[in-house]
Design a protein around this ligand. Structure first.
Ligand code: TRP
Length: 364
């Protein structure tokens, strides 16, 4: 299947899933996550975080992995992992992830999850791994010679993230679709090859979010490393400064035209998402008042929308003990589930040596 086909199929499937979620939220378990490389920005928020909170409020159980082992796929130094993990956790909690119902955990605290990687690796070929378009793009970015074994195989590790807790719903942007495809393949092959067709793992579904195309303030993809991102934790003043410097174009009349005017369109989309309005209507309301008026409007919309989240975030950051407790609880729960899953995997694979061995009956 080509990438476009698989995107179309996933988009249609997502609409169908939304319908089922509304009716039977308890049938679903969301697993998703982020690399702890820094605080989250508006692109993350509208692309995935808001959607996680929405699903949680609809009654779906939510698991979020702070994916430490994915940080080292494409860089030599791990950076400030624990500080970055705290920043993620603050963003999650401030955005409304509820630690009483959701499970937030870290890769390295859940050994059984990581052990699933071994049988899972046996289920994919090197050629399949090399074909993954997201891995391809990432390996081009680091250079083929620097392609690490982990970069090539992290989609398999990500399958373990999803399958250890029997997550069946993965809310993602387009770039993560190939990874959900890998998880589906692994679930299917595991059942066929190691479980004689019994369903040990269900195939997870991707739930596509449509608002995943926010650009940074320089008109390229929003990304922390490019310095063009409005972070959730930014103050109102920092937000104003970033937006004031944002790239626009020479046309004074503001129109919503994502093809021809991507920078202006992305600013309009940002304001529209923050104020739950239509970007074209916003453009019309600005008319020929130009980029200055557009930027004022965007700044106000962002600051207004994120004020409560930012206040909660500041408050939460004064209580590091609470953050530790949330992670301790999340990791304990993830371990419990991962141990059960790994036991079942060992069982169906015939790897429970101690149990199956006949004990000597000599009375020694
Ligand atoms: N690969 C994801 C990213 O870079 C993060 C991630 C890790 C993830 N494990 C996951 C996403 C499992 C969905 C499901 O953003």
């Amino acid at each position: 299947m080509s990438n476009t086909d698989s995107f179309d199929v996933s988009a249609a499937r997502s609409a169908d899933l939304e319908h089922q979620i509304a009716q039977h939220p308890a049938d679903f378990r969301v697993l998703t996550g982020d690399r702890p490389t820094g605080a989250l920005h508006l692109g993350h928020y509208f692309g995935t975080l808001a959607n996680r909170v929405r699903l949680q409020r609809a009654g779906v159980e939510v698991f979020v992995v702070i994916a430490g082992y994915q940080v080292i796929t494409d860089r030599d130094s791990v950076g400030h992992l624990s500080r970055n993990a705290d920043d993620l956790l603050l963003d999650y909690l401030a955005a409304g992830i509820d630690p009483d119902t959701a499970t937030v955990f870290t890769h390295s605290a859940v050994p059984a999850l990581n052990q699933l990687m071994l049988p899972f690796l046996s289920l994919v070929t090197a050629a399949e791994l090399r074909r993954n378009p997201t891995v391809k793009a990432e390996s081009e970015a680091v250079g083929e010679r620097a392609l690490s074994g982990l970069l090539l195989t992290y989609p398999v590790h990500q399958a373990a993230d999803i399958l250890f807790c029997h997550g069946n719903l993965v809310p993602v942007g387009k770039d993560q679709l190939p990874h959900v495809e890998t998880a589906r393949l692994i679930a299917r092959r595991f059942n066929e090859r190691y479980a004689a067709g019994a369903t040990v793992f269900r195939e997870p579904d991707a739930l596509l979010t449509d608002a995943c195309a926010l650009l940074g303030t320089d008109g390229t993809k929003m990304s922390k490393s490019r310095g063009n991102a409005i972070e959730l934790r930014s103050t109102a003043d920092e937000t104003a400064t970033l937006i004031r410097r944002a790239k626009t174009d020479a046309d004074r009349t503001i129109t919503y035209d994502p093809e021809q005017r991507p920078e202006v369109a992305s600013l309009l989309l940002t304001a529209a998402l923050c104020s739950d309005t239509d970007p074209a209507d916003l453009a019309a309301s600005i008319g020929d008042r130009g980029a200055g008026a557009l930027k004022t409007l965007v700044t106000e919309a962002v600051n207004e929308h994120f004020r409560p989240l930012r206040e909660r975030r500041v408050e939460l950051s004064t209580d590091p003990g609470h953050l530790r407790a949330v992670l301790t609880r999340g990791n304990a729960r993830a371990n419990e589930i991962a141990n059960d899953t790994l036991d079942q995997v060992r069982e169906v694979m015939g790897m429970t040596y101690e149990k199956s061995r006949q004990r000597p009956t000599t009375g020694l």
